[in-house]
Design a binder for this molecule. Sequence first.
Ligand SMILES: Nc1ncnc2c1ncn2[C@@H]1O[C@H](COP(=O)(O)OP(=O)(O)OP(=O)(O)O)[C@@H](O)[C@H]1O
Length: 598
Amino acid sequence: MPPKPKKSQKKKVTVEDVSPTVAGTSGTAEKGKGVERFRNAPPLRTELSSGSSSATPKIWVKYADSRPSKVVFDGRDVDDLIRAIKKELSNQLGDVDVNQITLRRHGEEKDLDPGLVVDQSFENNSSTPLQVTVEASIGTLTKTEKGKFVQKRGVEIPFPLDLTRSLKAKSPGKFSQPPNMDKDANPKEENVQDYFMCECKALENYASIQNKLIVRGTHFSPLLDTRKPDFVFIPSDSPLDSLNVVAVGEIKKRVSESFSNADIGHALSFGEKILQLQPRRNYVYVVLTDCIIINIYRVSRNESFSEKYTQFTYDYIKSEYLTYKKQASPSKGWRYLVTILESSPERLGWVEPSLRFGQETVKLVRSIGVGRTSVVYEGIYKDISVAVKMMKKANYLPCVERERAVLEELSELSSPHIPKILFYDENTLVMTPLGEKVNNLRKKDINNIITTLKQVHSYEYVHRDLQKYNFLRNLDDSKENILIIDWGYSTNNREDTAFAGALECMPDEVLKSLTNEENIVYGPKVDLICFVRSFYLMLHKPSMERVAFDRDDDIKKRAQMILNFWKDCSKSDVWDSIYRAIEGLDYDKLIQELERFF
Ligand SMILES: Nc1ncnc2c1ncn2[C@@H]1O[C@H](COP(=O)(O)OP(=O)(O)OP(=O)(O)O)[C@@H](O)[C@H]1O
């Protein structure tokens, strides 16, 4: 007899909130500008203490909709006051970088200069508090806003490496005739890109340059998750994998003297992506060039992933000419580029990708999959191949925690079809076995999957996301067992949780709930129908777009489309018997029904 499912709970349909990475910057080039101007003004503390020796200056402040609070102020200028406010309002501002906080006087619309001395004019009461505002954080900015932000608030740094002495006597490799050299020329961007790649190839083949790195065009390959930078710097003997990228670059046409803010923001976002994909690395260089000038940025990780947000800081090196002007003397920008090519990966911030769990080390070998919430790597631990699943953002930490808890509980089953956890931390799971993607199921897989689901359901867990991509095959095992992965959205009936999964194989009830914005009922049947529908999709491969359950304004429309798809598909005696078996939670009958397809 199949285990009787617990009475299903009603749950509110909610789309998992996939909020963007929130990032800030530590670079405030503007900070302190006003200090000079106000150096001679008497600070508030001096004034009050001269009137009354016991006076401790207090200033009323108000953040968002909270009630005004009093801040004890012991400093000199607005910058000190901001720090005091951050401390006082630590509940509200604990995660906010101090550089994101600005102050305005009551009823005014201008931010106070951080260097402004806090004088008597700051004395106020609860009805005239200073307004505390938190600047939009970098992660929520558009690329254009990010570019603007970096120009305005990034920190200029000198070129951080010892400049090469290499020279090149003859073209190519000197960037001396880019197609956009003539002001009136208006070549296509791809011509400029091709020119850059050819010139880099010439440098690569030029024996006098000690290329430790080479430039690889990646414009057509989604190397960084789904992102395609124009080129990457990579050791010449390393396979093209996101783990091996040492630095990254974009080739854009300039609109005027400088690059557009959108282009700068776009290039920087590749740097951020590398930091996300190379977990131990602290910074990465980003090159932006039009073959005439070269801009170099350094994107650094600002905070540990354990904190609430992923944060980056941006430094930039003054823009220089890349074009080798005179016969004998290379331009500074050319030297920058060649210096990068001659540098060791480590000198450019690359760190050998390995992870430590206590005394144990897992070496990352290559990235093998990117899901909505995670990046998955092949790793090696003591000669065993392992899967290393690492969350993309702090928002997804609950998924990793959930997956760990469920897999640990299900490890009692010792099932060859459920991954086992070797190590974990709050952001990462190291699991065995390492599986391979499947396109089709085999007859024995049907029994293995349904029997495993029966066991899992007896623990009152529902996987919720059974779809083609979550079935892998363990080719290291002589039986080539099927493996069910991605338990991060599994749930049990005892708890309340938001809905997740892949729309295309969801049961009609769930799809209807989505279209009608109604509550849905959870239970083991969801898994069985998802599995049957995934099996059908794998078997017949109808043209049906993969629709992931994600933030999507069109979700209702898509759910309706999929409802129609299944309505058209599933009118037959075979489907009737399958649905009857699922309705009665008759796992054995369901196996029989599905095995008939082989
Ligand atoms: N044990 C494993 N062996 C081999 N590859 C794996 C393993 N686990 C995961 N992968 C690969 O990584 C991809 C993403 O993994 P997973 O589905 O667990 O991540 P996710 O972020 O939860 O994805 P999503 O929610 O989008 O399905 C898988 O589709 C698969 O290609």
